[in-house]
Design a binder for this molecule. Structure first.
Ligand SMILES: C=CC1=C(C)c2cc3[nH]c(cc4nc(cc5[nH]c(cc1n2)c(C)c5CCC(=O)O)C(CCC(=O)O)=C4C)c(C)c3C=C
Ligand code: FES
Ligand SMILES: [Fe+2]
Length: 351
């Protein structure tokens, strides 16, 4: 289960940020080895405060373990030929890091594994970075002799869509019946730098497809927009920004808003801090009644969806459809990162 991870305790914030700023697949920096520790150190106090404010750390490890254990159990029933199944967590920037998990898998003698991204929608800055790291470790023999296949995206899978839709419905229930239909559904996803969008990264398209699928499932019961949050640094990022959108809606007299996180499966500082503490407070000051759809976290419908996605993948593999999907092979038209090409070729032949 691939994801970025987060600091489980406030003390781990610095190492998390250092690993993040060292990742040239996410943020290419000049003199990265020197600049990354410097930026991480400078940014640590501010981000530490945010993790302290949401209860002393990120819950991502807790929820990923919960989701993984639930999924593996269901998978034993849904796909007996490959049972027993076991979920491993491999985070890009926090413990357990890819290299820790690689060592553990080798010690356990794992022979067959699925690289299952926990980002619903594909971006080269997220899933792509995790796969590049897995490829580097795998090629170097750190995981032993594993046969790999890849689940690289699932943003329109019906189970995922259903789990999100039910959380939106629960949030809508919090409005009084006569204002409910006016509530604006404000889908919010982590933004991307325009430099990434403009090299042909598929994330914006795939997040949009998720939103369209959820709206279809909801029968277009409410008006909606997709907006983007959490941009960092001075460069241009995909907009409109979530905070600006809330102010704009207030100006236009929209008094009911549901915020829907759509690109991350568990709570994190973006939902708990930015959305709940910053934006919601600001919105209420503008006279808006605002509720947030819950993150998927321990949702049993979502855990069932993960198991379904994995079972469908294993059936496809058994039917000879190969270790990777059709879309996986296509690099961004503007990609100049040779690792992307080598990584895709490596996974396409089973690792
Ligand atoms: C699908 C989700 C995410 C995408 C896409 C994404 C792209 C992206 N992020 C940065 C820079 C930073 N992101 C940071 C934290 C962070 N990012 C995501 C998700 C996505 N990022 C999450 C969930 C988190 C927080 C983890 C948590 O537990 O809350 C940070 C560190 C925090 C900070 O310093 O503000 C940075 C930096 C870039 C450059 C990028 C695309 C290229
Ligand atoms: S950046 Fe998208 S494939 Fe390399
Ligand atoms: Fe980010």
């Amino acid at each position: 289960m691939l994801n970025m991870g987060g600091p489980s305790t406030v003390e781990e914030t610095h190492d998390f940020l250092k690993n993040l700023f060292l990742d040239s697949d996410l943020i290419p920096l000049p003199f990265q080895r020197f600049l990354a520790p410097y930026i991480a150190r400078r940014r640590t106090p501010q981000i530490e405060k945010q993790y302290a404010a949401i209860g002393g750390g990120s819950p991502i490890l807790h929820y990923t373990k919960l989701q993984g254990e639930g999924m593996a159990q269901l998978l034993d029933e849904l796909h007996p030929p490959t049972a027993p199944h076991k979920a491993y967590v491999a985070f890009r920037y926090a413990r357990p890091l890819t290299q820790d998990t690689a060592r553990q898998m080798k010690a356990d003698g794992v022979k067959r594994a699925i690289a299952f991204t926990q980002y619903p929608q594909y971006s080269c800055s997220t899933t792509g970075s995790s796969l590049n790291e897995l490829y580097r470790r795998g090629k170097g023999g750190e995981m032993g002799d594993v046969q790999w296949s890849v689940i690289d995206r699932w943003g329109t899978h019906s189970g995922f869509v259903e789990a999100v839709a039910q959380n939106v419905e629960a949030a809508l229930e919090k409005f009084s019946p006569h204002t409910r239909a006016n509530a604006v559904l404000l889908f919010s996803a982590h933004s991307l730098p325009m430099s990434v969008v403009n090299r042909g990264d598929p994330y914006i398209l795939e997040v949009s497809a998720s939103v369209a699928a959820v709206m279809k499932r909801l029968g277009h019961s409410n008006p909606y927009r997709l907006v983007w949050q959490s941009q960092v640094g001075p460069s241009a990022w995909m907009g409109m920004q979530t905070g600006e959108a809330l102010k704009g809606l207030a100006r236009l007299g929209k008094k009911q808003v549901v915020l829907v996180p759509i690109a991350f499966t568990s709570d994190h500082i973006e939902t708990l801090y930015e959305l709940d503490l910053e934006y919601a407070k600001e919105a209420r000051e503008h006279g808006i009644e605002i509720h947030r759809a819950e993150s998927l976290n321990g949702s049993p419908i979502f855990i069932r969806a993960l198991a379904d996605i994995a079972a469908e993948h294993l059936r496809d593999c058994a039917a000879g459809m190969g270790p990777v999907g059709v879309q996986f092979g296509l690099r961004c038209p503007g990609c100049t990162n040779a690792t992307c090409g080598n990584q895709k070729a490596w996974f396409a032949q089973g690792g």
